[in-house]
Design a protein around this ligand. Structure first.
Ligand SMILES: [Zn+2]
Length: 75
């Protein structure tokens, strides 16, 4: 068992990898991004917030349809 460096929960790395891949379809590599230090819950929450922040930045740059609520929430 590994211990999550964010929430302190003990977790099983292969279960966390599976859960993470189920969420993001293997687009992002759990091992590369979070190694054996972050549980699935924290890794998924972190990736979702990164994706949303990236999207908000794209909206500011005009690369995505602008959504005021999204930008206010994430930037
Ligand atoms: Zn955690």
């Amino acid at each position: 068992m590994a211990k999550c460096c964010r929430c302190g929960k003990r977790f099983n790395v292969s279960d966390a990898r599976e859960e993470y891949n189920a969420e993001f379809g293997g687009d992002i590599d759990y091992d590369d991004e979070y190694g054996h230090e972050v549980c699935a819950d924290c890794a998924i929450a972190d990736t979702e917030s990164n994706i949303n922040i990236g999207k908000a930045i794209d909206m500011m740059n005009g690369d995505e349809d602008y959504d005021d609520d999204h930008v206010k929430r994430w930037l």
